[in-house]
Design a protein around this ligand. Structure first.
Ligand SMILES: [Zn+2]
Length: 447
C-alpha cells in the first residue's frame, strides 16, 4: 500500500464515518501533522475555498491575532434600496488540529426599504467535514424509507455589536465546510429528479429558463385526473433551503406506494416548482435573481418576461392549467426566516372571508399532522405583491406563504435539519388530504 492508497483509504473512512470522527477525542495534533508531512510553521488557515456550487461570494483577511474576518457580498434589488446578504457557505482549508475564530461581517440588509440585520442572538452555524447531504434510495428498486444521514452539525455562533457573528471551529482534518443552513444545491435537486424520473406517477416538464438559462422544472406527482391540484414552490430566495428539503420529503413520501400515499393521490395531484431561483442558488447569492428582481414580489401584475423569467414561466404555466380546465386549488410558497409562521393573504377581493376560513382550517391541519406550531400572521398583516397575495387576487387560488424558522424548530425543540424538514414534507401529505375533504364538503365550487 503506497502513500496514495493510504490517502484514499483515509478519505473513504472520513466519508463513511463523519459522525464517529466528529465525536472522537482530538488526535495528538503534532503527531498527526508529522504523519501527514505537515510542517510545524504551516498557518492555521491557508485558504477559503468558494469555488463550488452554492458557495457564497466573499472577501476575507486574517488579522494580527489570527481572527479570520469574512466579509459577505450583498446582492441588490433593481430600482430599490433593498440589499441582502445572509447566506454563507464556504470551505476552510488549513492545518489539521487548528482552532479557528471567524467573524462574519456585512449582514446590514435593507428589507422592504428598511434596515434590518440578517442575523441575531439566535443565529447558529452549520459545519461539515465533507459537505455531504443526506441521500435517499431510488423508488423503483424497492423504495425504502431509509435515508442516509448527512454530515452537517450545528455549532454555536455569537452575535456581536454591529451585526457581526463570531464562530469558533476546530479543524479535525485539512478542511471544513461552514454554512448558514444545511445546503440544498442544484446537484441535490438533480439527484432527486434522476431518482424519480421515469416513475409512472411522475412527470417532469421544463416550463422555462432562469435569467442565466437554467431550466425550470415543474414536477407532477400523482394522477392529473385527481379532483384537486396543489402547487408548491420552493427556493424563490436563494439562501432559504428549507423548502427544498420539504418538497423532497413530500415527493418521496407520495411515491412510497403505501396506503397513505395511495389515498392521498386519489384526492389530489401535486405540482412542484422545486427551485425557482436556481441562478442565485448556484452562485451562492442571498435573495434576488440575477437581474435584481425579488421572485416573491410584483405578483400583483403580470411578470416581466425579461427581468423575472422565473416568475413569467410559472405564471404562464398557471394560466395554461386554468385554460385547460385544470385550475389549481391551493398554492404554497416555502421560505425561511428568523420567525417562522404561516403568512395569510389578504388582498382586496370579494369572498375574502371564505379564503380566511379555509386558511384557518389549513393551519389547524398543519398543527394536527406536522410539527408546525408557529401560528399565522394577524389580521393587520399584508405584504402585497407576494405570490400568495397575487395568486389569490388575480387567479382566485387559495395561496399562502409558509416560513420555516431558520434557527429553531419549536415543535421539535431542536435546530433545523434536512431530515426534520423532509419529515415535515412527509407529514404534509395528510394535511392536504384532510384539507380537500373539508373544501369538498364546505363548498361545491372548489373544483
Ligand atoms: Zn424568503
Amino acid at each position: 500500500m503506497n502513500a496514495i492508497h493510504v490517502a484514499l483509504l483515509m478519505l473513504m473512512l472520513t466519508v463513511a464515518m463523519p459522525a464517529a470522527l466528529a465525536d472522537s477525542p482530538r488526535p495528538p495534533v503534532a503527531a498527526a501533522n508529522a504523519a501527514e508531512g505537515i510542517a510545524p510553521g504551516r498557518p492555521a488557515l491557508e485558504f477559503i475555498n468558494t469555488g463550488f456550487e452554492n458557495a457564497s461570494p466573499l472577501q476575507w483577511e486574517t488579522d494580527a491575532d489570527g481572527t479570520v474576518h469574512v466579509r459577505l457580498l450583498y446582492d441588490y434589488e433593481r430600482n430599490s434600496p433593498n440589499r441582502a446578504a445572509g447566506h454563507w457557505h464556504f470551505q476552510l482549508q488549513g492545518r489539521p488540529g487548528s482552532d479557528l475564530t471567524l467573524v462574519l461581517h456585512d449582514f446590514d440588509n435593507i428589507y422592504n426599504g428598511k434596515p434590518g440585520a440578517a442575523v441575531s442572538k439566535k443565529s447558529i452555524c452549520y459545519v461539515s467535514p465533507d459537505g455531504r447531504a443526506p441521500s435517499g434510495r431510488a423508488p423503483s428498486a424497492g423504495w425504502s424509507r431509509s435515508v442516509v444521514g448527512g454530515s452537517w452539525k450545528v455549532v454555536p455562533a455569537e452575535f456581536l455589536a454591529g451585526n457581526l457573528l463570531r464562530v469558533r471551529v476546530y479543524l479535525d482534518g485539512p478542511s471544513l465546510y461552514l454554512a448558514r443552513l444545511e445546503p440544498y444545491r442544484l446537484a441535490d435537486l438533480e439527484r432527486l429528479l434522476s431518482e424519480i424520473r421515469g416513475h409512472r406517477l411522475v412527470q417532469i416538464d421544463t416550463i422555462g429558463k432562469t435569467v442565466e438559462g437554467r431550466p425550470l422544472e415543474i414536477v407532477r406527482v400523482g394522477d392529473p385526473k385527481a379532483p384537486y391540484r396543489v402547487l408548491l414552490r420552493a427556493r424563490a430566495h436563494a439562501w432559504e433551503p428549507g423548502g427544498n428539503w420539504v418538497v423532497q420529503g413530500l415527493i418521496r413520501s407520495l411515491l412510497e406506494d403505501d396506503e397513505t400515499s395511495r389515498k392521498c393521490l386519489k384526492r389530489y395531484c401535486l405540482y412542484v416548482l422545486p427551485m425557482a431561483n436556481k441562478d442565485g442558488v448556484a452562485r451562492g447569492l442571498t435573495r434576488f435573481n440575477m437581474l435584481g428582481r425579488d421572485l416573491n414580489r410584483d405578483w400583483d401584475r403580470p411578470a416581466d418576461p425579461k427581468l423575472a423569467p422565473e416568475n413569467h414561466a410559472l405564471e404562464t404555466w398557471i394560466r395554461r392549467m386554468t385554460e385547460q380546465g385544470k385550475p389549481l386549488h391551493f398554492a404554497m410558497d416555502l421560505h425561511n426566516d428568523e420567525g417562522g409562521g404561516l403568512h395569510i393573504s389578504r388582498p382586496p377581493i370579494e369572498n375574502l372571508q371564505r379564503h380566511l376560513d379555509r386558511m384557518k382550517r389549513f393551519e389547524q391541519l398543519l398543527r394536527k399532522h406536522t410539527w408546525f406550531t408557529e401560528g399565522s400572521s394577524g389580521s393587520k398583516f399584508r405584504n402585497p405583491g407576494t405570490i400568495g397575495e397575487g395568486l389569490l387576487e388575480r387567479y382566485g387560488i387559495d395561496a399562502c406563504i409558509l416560513e420555516f424558522n431558520c434557527n429553531w424548530i419549536a415543535g421539535l425543540k431542536q435546530h433545523p435539519s434536512a431530515s426534520a424538514w423532509e419529515q415535515f414534507g412527509r407529514q404534509l401529505r395528510l394535511v392536504y388530504f384532510d384539507y380537500f375533504d373539508e373544501v369538498d364538503a364546505a363548498s361545491g365550487d372548489a373544483r
